[in-house]
Design a protein around this ligand. Structure first.
Ligand SMILES: [Zn+2]
Length: 138
């Protein structure tokens, strides 16, 4: 947890973007439930949103579900999405990962990341009962 906070506060210099400055991250829990929806927002040096990662993490099931990841066009291809997923992955060692239906672009992104990290991103994977609210919070 503290590791994540450190990384959230650390500024990230995306590749090939000397003129664009840095990106940093902010995590928000949408409904307060432990396995409920979370949004990791990516912000530029002027606090403008340049992307976001909608996801859910369940500690009881050791599972992560990626609902959506979006990066502004002019920030794409610079490792911002990769950095965001790495932040979540660092906090979820050994977790099972699944994603919603992936676009063609998303498929390439997750495939590259899978190769790099060894994480398997199961497309159209199911959410656990804690994520869907079918089971009481743990
Ligand atoms: Zn669960």
């Amino acid at each position: 947890m503290s590791g994540l906070r450190e990384r959230l506060h650390r500024r990230f210099w995306p590749a090939h973007a000397p003129a664009c400055g840095t990106v940093h991250f902010r995590l928000a829990l949408t409904d307060g439930a432990p396995a409920g929806p979370r949004v990791l927002t990516f912000l530029d040096a002027d606090e403008r949103t340049v992307g976001q990662l909608d996801h859910q993490t369940c500690a009881a099931c050791a599972a992560v579900f990626v609902a959506n990841i979006a990066v502004a066009t002019h920030w794409q291809g610079r490792g911002v999405g990769r950095e965001a997923l790495t932040l979540v992955a660092d906090r979820a060692p050994g977790y099972r990962w699944s994603t919603s239906r992936q676009s063609a672009e998303g498929r390439g992104f997750f495939a590259a990341l899978a190769e790099e990290t060894g994480i398997e991103f199961v497309e159209r994977g199911s959410r656990c009962p804690h994520m869907t609210g079918a089971a009481p919070p743990h």
